[in-house]
Unconditional design. Structure first.
Length: 367
């Protein structure tokens, strides 16, 4: 074909057609790959790099489940694969879930975040300085965290109040409000506040009021004497080998780290918490807003919600979760309406940053 007799306008039309063809081919290839396949490759590489037995992921976008998938094994010996219905330990994401219960009580004028703890838990010993629910939820109370092997507690506590005996007589680490000190025990106290404000035991209130309303009904407490099917087995990596993690009893810390559920449960929790009238917009904002110490030092932590910036400096909120033989990450980009929940049934000696992994997956679905 000769271009000698082709006019400028005809040449422009040919050029546009060629460009359109190229873009169409690129677009088709992009669709074929899709965010799901690209995300799956990232996860498969992560699992291989860090010797992870099993992983569950769910991605939510614009209020819908965009992708959910299980990778690897829930049980190594029995070769049981991870599915979207496999429950994992969610660790400290239990704090974020519990914050919804507190928010509900605030909305109903049944709980004052700034009242002394003894208003709702009269048996909790008074300290040198008063402690409030807000202080406990924001890790500004001065209540200590775990020490020694307390994280591996095997003792059964029949009530939340009995579980408080582990730490309730200890001296505060500092004057409340003056320093940020992450404390799971403070959140055990928060669960006692929920009981005092409602007159109902913590687990019953969560199951009847929070889990049902927010479509997270497979999110439950991990009881040693109950059969949860399907639930993952949990592993620790030692000297390059995966061994079963030790048995623990989470009855002393339901609110701070004792819940189990699916990755879909966590995405549904985020979607329904923010898309329904379960909480008022004002209370949701209060839960999200990061606190400061008394002299104005930022903590980047709200009331059960941590604030982050991703690798590309975009803000998001969420929480991590460490447990015996497990790890978890829940992130939420409110402006992008993207949620990513990742649950793993091991603690790898090689490391592996679930936060960064979740960011990378989120980015595939944002664009």
């Amino acid at each position: 074909m000769s271009f000698k007799n082709v006019s400028v306008d005809q040449f422009k039309q040919i050029y546009i057609l060629i460009c359109f063809f190229i873009l169409s081919v690129v677009g088709l290839r992009s669709i074929e790959k899709g965010p799901h396949k690209r995300a799956a490759r990232i996860i498969e590489k992560f699992i291989d790099t860090y010797d992870i037995p099993g992983l569950s992921i769910t991605v939510g976008k614009n209020g819908q489940i965009a992708w959910t998938k299980g990778f690897g094994l829930a049980n190594i010996n029995e070769k049981i694969p991870v599915t979207s219905k496999t429950r994992f330990r969610i660790g400290s994401i239990s704090k974020t879930v519990t914050s919804a219960a507190v928010g509900r009580l605030v909305d109903q004028d049944k709980l004052d975040l700034d009242a002394p703890i003894q208003t709702y838990v009269p048996t909790f010993p008074e300290k040198r300085w008063p402690i409030t629910t807000r202080m406990a939820m924001s890790h500004l109370s001065g209540i200590r965290h775990y020490k020694g092997n307390e994280f591996l507690n095997e003792k059964y506590y029949s009530t939340v109040l009995k579980g408080l005996r582990i730490f309730q007589d200890d001296t505060l680490s500092h004057e409340p409000g003056t320093h940020y000190l992450y404390s799971s025990y403070a959140w055990n106290l928060v669960s006692a506040v929920v009981e005092g404000a409602t007159g109902i035991d913590y687990l019953s209130y969560m199951e009847d009021t929070v889990f049902t309303a927010l479509d997270t009904e497979t999110l439950i407490a991990e009881h040693q004497d109950s059969i949860l099917i399907p639930i993952a087995s949990f592993y620790n990596a030692e000297n390059g080998e995966l061994i079963l993690a030790p048995q623990v009893n989470n009855s002393y810390k339901w609110a701070s780290g004792g819940l189990v559920g699916t990755s879909t449960d966590l995405v549904n929790f985020i979607h329904n918490l923010h898309a329904t009238d379960f909480l008022s917009k004002e209370v949701i904002k209060e839960l999200h807003t990061p606190n400061t110490t008394r002299i104005g030092q930022p903590t980047n932590y709200g009331l059960g919600w941590r604030h982050y910036r991703d690798f590309w400096r975009n803000p998001f909120i969420g929480h991590s979760g460490g447990s015996v033989g497990g790890s978890a990450m829940l992130i939420y980009y409110p402006q992008k309406e993207i949620v990513v929940a990742i649950l793993v049934n091991s603690r790898s000696e090689k490391g592996g940053d679930l936060n960064l992994l979740a960011q990378r997956i989120a980015r595939r679905f944002i664009h």
